[in-house]
Write a protein that binds this ligand. Sequence first.
Ligand SMILES: N[C@@H](CCC(=O)N[C@@H](CS)C(=O)NCC(=O)O)C(=O)O
Length: 330
Amino acid sequence: MIRRVNVNGNGVAALSRAIGLGGGGANSATNQRPLQAALYGTMAHSNANSNPHWLSSRGLADRFGPLAPSSFPHGVLAIRFSHSLAKEPPRAEKFSPKDVVLFQYEACPFCNKVKAFLDYYKIPYEVVEVNPISKKEIKWSDYKKVPILKIDGEQMVDSSDIIDKLFQRIHPDNPAVDGDEEKKWRGWVDNHLVHMLSPNIYRTASEALESFDYITTNGNFSFTERIMAKYTGAAAMYFVSKKLKKRHNITDERAALYEAAKTWVDALNGRQFLGGLNPNLADLAVFGVLRPIRHLKSGRDMVEHTSIGDWYTRMESAVGESSRIKSEEK
Ligand SMILES: N[C@@H](CCC(=O)N[C@@H](CS)C(=O)NCC(=O)O)C(=O)O
């Protein structure tokens, strides 16, 4: 159930379709709007076609790696397991939905949080890549953002709500009430960590190209689409990332990323995971958001310049293989 993108034209429109943006013929002004909108991306509220200034859209921010603030103490030695997954097998044994479909953008950090949860619990799921302009794949829903999880026909929206609901179903006897620490750090991921991503992964021309190479390789693109998306998308996001940096008052994006990693390691306070012996939902959220960038230059730099690498490696092994169902397995 993976989206196939049809390429009928050249230039900007084809490119915009290639990065999942939709669009018409190649050269007209109208045909450039889809790219603008797409690049606005992620725009939580925007009507892309009505926005004349494609480099200033807040939408872009969301889609390609949203963004925001932080502050956080750390070092609580008392381990709270209210939401912790400690001592439980990383498998949803009492909960086995038959049909789980995640509507997503490949590079969306909120979608990646949900994927980390599903992978950890070994809940098999299909992925539908959503076209950010037409959003035709989610036309059936009133909700216009991703992720949307359809689970045996039931719609769930908003990454944290989705995770809370799934957690409750996996642990029906253990009401999913966040411990204060876990809750705080889950909030930190949504309000701070995600905002570090775009300024870092599109920081230089070569990093923007590397990021779009990742996005297009992991999406479902034809060869032509991939090439076009890579270069046009990378160029656009390079400029957009500078705007995002300003919007979030970031002066040195790398330093801000390292600081975030350090803040997280401090929060662990010597524990294997924030959850103690096993990951809790905050561990899964941080891991989910960082996983797509781990092997990009920014992620490599982060591991080299901070001590987050050991925790990250433990998370990789705790989460294990992805439980995503590939199209050929269907
Ligand atoms: N609070 C939501 C945020 C979801 C969100 O903002 N998703 C972005 C993509 S990363 C989106 O769909 N934006 C709307 C759009 O692209 O039009 C969550 O945690 O799921």
